[in-house]
Design a protein around this ligand. Sequence first.
Ligand code: ZN
Ligand code: ZN
Ligand code: ZN
Ligand code: ZN
Length: 802
Amino acid sequence: MDLPVDEWKSYILQKWSLLPKSIQVTISTAETLNDLFLHSSPLLQPEDEMFLKRLSGGYLVGKDPDASLFYREKGNKKFQEKDYMGATVLYSKGVSHSGSNSTDISLCYANRSAALFHLGQYETCLKDIVRAQTHGYPERLQPKLLLRKAECLVTLGRPQEASQTISDLESNFAAKPALSASQLQILQRTLCRVKVKVQEKENLPEIFPEALTKTFECVDLREENEQIPGASSSVGLHIDPLKGRYLVATKDILPGELLVKEDAFVSVLNPGEVPPRPHGLESKWDLQVTNGDLHCHRCLRHTLAPVPCDGCSYAKYCSRECMQQAWDRYHSVECSLGALLLTLGVFCHVALRSTLLARFEDVGEVIKKLCGEMNNQRICLPESKNQAQILKYDLGGEGGEKDKAVETPIPGCDINGKYERNYSAIFHLLPHAKNHSPEHKFLCAVSVSALCRQLEAAGLQAFTEDLKPTKLKASETPVLCAELNVWGVAMLRHMLQLQCNAQAITTIQQAGSKENLITDTRQVRLATALFPVVSLLNHSCSPNTSMSFIGTIATIRASQLIRRGQEIFHCYGPHESRMGIAERRQKLRSQYFFDCNCPACEREKQSPLSGPGREAFCCHRCRALLQGDDVLSCGGPACTESVSRHLLVSRLQDLQRQVGAAQKRLRNGRLELAIQLLLGCQSDAESFLSAEHRVVGEIEDALAQAYAALGDWEKSATHLQKSLQVVEVHHGPSSVEMGHELFKLAQVFFNGCAIPEALNTIQKAEKVLLVHYGPWNDEIRELQKMKSCLLDLPTIPVGPKK
Ligand SMILES: [Zn+2]
Ligand SMILES: [Zn+2]
Ligand SMILES: [Zn+2]
Ligand SMILES: [Zn+2]
């Protein structure tokens, strides 16, 4: 997903292997990214571009009016099956494929409004009704739509508007025979309801409130750092020849304190696994739902009612405002390149978007930097008042930075030492050019060249004409237009940076069906982004912070007490609770080019068995742990059992498959069968896995869900408590994983009317989640609702939730 699709990758690697040795050497030993680009780019032949074009052709990114009808009919089918969520997404796909101001689009919007109405999304429903109307919804169908509007307004407690809508409807159609008797009857009934509702003054809130903006405002740094905008005043920026830039606590920091709150400089939504259509098969529109269907392509907000770009079927937004902003800042250039960008991967897309966003900063500044890159000249940075302070911009990055005089400001900082959270900061992230393999660099360089050629073909004009006129001085225009190569080199730099500096924006997604009364959550990757301030943090396999996201905004909180002078770490992915030391070190070396010396690694290096027995097998006779490499023998007293690792591993794989099958049944609502399968898995697991084995936890968790869905809260709680023990062993008692599991347990106790247990668990869950997410997290608010509900009913047992 991040890198180009496999076909293109292997095509270019093949091409590389066929290059004359001398050219390979020239490219491998290129001193600068500029040289790398200029030597690689001419090697991209027309037949290569043709091949790439064929690959891109597999992605359906344009609008296809036939698809609109197809999706609408599929949506109608789901609607009839009362799968309103499924219907909504299909109507959205229909909307994306319809042209603006067409009957198609208005019908899709109108149908989607009906599905949203059934989902209780009244505000969003109203928006879709307006959209249907502005795109020319057929007049003969209007009454239905207006009735729905009135119903929405009634439910939202806006009776005046509802009455107005109804009287509009009556007066508009009284003259025409458009309304049948039965429709008039419905009108009358609706009107009655309005009157009743006025008396009740009911005001039903949205089921999924669009609380993002509200949330954002409430999460604030207590005191912003003067040197690093977006960071708290409790941290300081340091630089060290070995570690590079890093953040240190300037005072004691308590768990839960917000340390960084930063909006991404650039982010690109991960399209999810969208397989290109197989060649030869025409118009097979997919019914798959991906992140791209449910999240705004600009702000990443979750939305059931996206509005599409007018020019493509691919980009979708939460609102016209987001669409316009995306268009102005980057999508006007990207729109026609959708298929190519999907083929070349998210890193290439982020690289392009970064350079497009750079246009909105001081262009002269950017050009100077880029030209410095181009020529690898010693250049004076404009922000440096001291003309003697000459920086060498080695494109390899590292070498150049080491050469710098001691008094040089920290890279990315201005003359006053203030870290700029802008393109300059992005530009200074290390590309690690020397560490990437020659093949990889060649792949990136050729992919960027292909992109540049497309940009050229699409008209360089488009690339530059959106520049804010005030920012672009006339004298600089020719420089910009003449040197697409400058942008090519910049994009190449970004592509290479991304391997180490890309930050995945994740979200907690609720899995499972609506019937599951307890929440089954999992973390999914939503977008790939660059964050200048977050990039300043070094990695630890046992970090002292916790990161979460609100849209494109990253927040980092202390997850434990951090003493003054200690470094602030976050985890780049290989966390000690998820991976063994060997796997972690391998990953960090291959992706991030360093050997980790964090406390967890040091500890595990000294005593490799000190980690939790995450993959521990145990003796089926005496339950003692099995030890050894290829052949494991029982460590229990007076037991001589031994067994081959191979056998155990294949048993484990078998078991995992069975658990997977059971979970699938569970998701499909076949609860009894799921439980039967899971109990089988459980007894199988007991015969060879330790009680703390991750798979044991999964089985217990699934059982808890199944019993919860059956309303057997007591059994559910028992299994969940076992799962909780496993989570605690693997992730620690105050981990975010523990928080999610405690949240589930609180729900189960709550639903089962176990009041003291529920209150106790709510308190624990709240405490853990607060540290990681701060007070405005959805789960925390849910916990607080449960708590006040329980406290309001001191004597009467509370009924089942929902
Ligand atoms: Zn948006
Ligand atoms: Zn578009
Ligand atoms: Zn480590
Ligand atoms: Zn034994």
